[in-house]
Design a protein around this ligand. Structure first.
Ligand code: 3HC
Length: 282
């Protein structure tokens, strides 16, 4: 099987790495050669880390590397059996991409989006065959977290759902859950209001960020606290999801706190920018 992945950021490269390790040929498309090169480096680093920690043998790493092709030409996706979009969370950019994927991949088993905030129906509606479009929502870090949400729009066919589930479970070894096409799907609809509450708690001076995080790690056995998790997810992504939840449900719990908005405006996006609630530069 050959999968086309568009977008080689944190999520796209994670999906590409996991796919290549599972024996799937991958064509990873980025906006330009420099971005494609960054994606290559990040995947190679991650594979090296897996070899270093004994989770992957060197021949398996080489096999995975041989399955990965990088390109800045979307046309190179032609002939892929299916595609997963993992570009920036811009509705218009994603819509434009789905129009092109529809044209380039007339026979694809499915056209999936890893979006966490754009309704799948808005992407499917741009294509001539909305029945083969669905959401395949992975979690960060993709090589570690087992879950994939399958998101079915009003138009997604049973066949598309079965094929996508078989890819995520049968090929990649992930566990899937199924959600309707509602803002936040299942996990973010629960997770994001929780993280926003933690930001409000910190913003109001109720407790220190360290104590909020320590409280949830030690008090509820979460692997990390909500503010550290916000930094991992990326504060810009968090803001996108919060806004889409608010737009859809109009619940106060989804209102983005002013502090989150200011931090995104300041470019304090979390781990990816080096600083968010915590400092990652050292
Ligand atoms: N890539 C590959 N492997 C990684 C990794 C990465 N980026 N980060 C960590 N790992 C591996 C490590 O190699 C290690 O493997 P080992 O146990 O076999 O040695 C294991 O994961 C644990 O890593 P560490 O010991 O370095 O660190 P932690 O134990 O603190 O785990 C963590 C780090 C995996 C990030 C863990 O804290 C965690 O699971 N946190 C919660 C993450 C989470 O909730 N993600 C979901 C976010 S929501 C989302 O993505 C949806 C979006 O739409 C917003």
């Amino acid at each position: 099987m050959r999968i086309g992945i568009v977008g080689g950021g944190l999520m796209g490269s994670g999906i590409a790495e996991v796919s290549a390790r599972a024996g799937v040929d991958v064509t990873l498309i980025e906006v330009d050669d420099a971005a494609a090169e960054r994606a290559r480096k990040s995947i190679e680093r991650s594979l090296e880390r897996a070899v270093g920690s004994g989770k992957l043998q060197a021949p398996e790493r080489d096999e995975a590397l041989s399955r990965l092709v990088y390109s800045s030409d979307l046309g190179d996706i032609a002939g892929a059996d299916a595609a997963i979009e993992a570009i920036i969370e811009s509705e218009s950019a994603k819509q434009q991409l789905f129009r092109e994927l529809d044209r380039l991949l007339p026979d694809a088993e499915f056209l999936a989006s890893n979006t966490s905030s754009v309704p799948i129906m808005k992407l499917a509606a741009e294509t001539t065959r909305p029945e083969r479009v669905l959401g395949l929502h992975f979690f960060n870090p993709v090589p570690v977290l087992k879950l994939v949400e399958l998101v079915r729009s009003l138009m997604t066919s049973d066949e598309t759902l079965i094929r996508a589930r078989s890819f995520a479970e049968g090929q990649l070894g992930k566990t899937t859950i199924e959600s309707k096409d509602r803002a936040g799907f299942i996990v973010n609809a629960l997770l994001v209001p929780y993280i926003l509450s933690a930001i409000r708690m910190y913003e109001s001076g109720f407790a220190s960020k360290e104590d909020i995080d320590r409280g949830m790690v030690l008090g509820t056995a979460h692997p990390m606290g909500p503010l550290a998790l916000a930094d991992l997810v990326g504060l810009d992504t968090l803001l996108y999801v919060a806004n889409s939840l608010y737009e859809e449900f109009r619940e106060p719990s989804a209102v983005a706190p002013a502090l989150l908005q200011r931090m995104v405006e300041a470019g304090l996006l979390g781990r990816k920018s080096g600083r968010g609630f915590y400092d990652y530069t050292s």
